[in-house]
Design a protein around this ligand. Structure first.
Ligand code: MN
Length: 133
């Protein structure tokens, strides 16, 4: 057993996020485990870029009010207690509501050694698209 002290909070990179977001790494599995769990906190209006997870992703909203969209779908409002599952390869983004902070747990799996990136990143979500709701 290991009690892991809290690690410093990391600012989410501007190449992949619009606005201010921060994350804390909760779990990072040792091979052969590939578990990944982060807490992600978004300031109002912040969201990540379009992306797809090779092995899918589960989000669980813990605070505030957020938005999520899959490519070709509507923007959907998400609230504490909601769990959002994105299948492998489905393009989507997630973030805060324009007027509220939002925090979620993000749970996914790494792609495995020699398997390439676990997440494919695309364009930032434009203000026009973010406000299209
Ligand atoms: Mn995602």
């Amino acid at each position: 057993m290991e009690i892991v002290p809290k690690q410093p909070t990391v600012k989410a990179p501007a190449q992949m996020f619009t606005g201010d977001a921060w994350y804390d790494v909760i779990a990072l599995g040792e091979s052969p485990a590939r578990i990944r769990v982060n807490v992600v906190r978004f300031a109002p209006g912040a969201r990540n870029a379009w992306h797809a997870h090779v092995n899918g992703q589960t989000l669980h909203v813990t605070e505030g009010r957020g938005l999520v969209q899959s490519r070709g779908g509507e923007i959907v409002e998400i609230r504490p207690g909601d769990t959002i599952y994105t299948p492998p390869g489905e393009w989507h983004w997630h973030g805060a509501h324009p007027d509220h902070f939002m925090a979620h747990l993000a749970m996914w799996e790494g792609s495995g050694e020699g398997q390439g990136p676990e997440t494919a990143w695309g364009d930032l979500v434009t203000d026009e698209d973010y406000r299209a709701r």
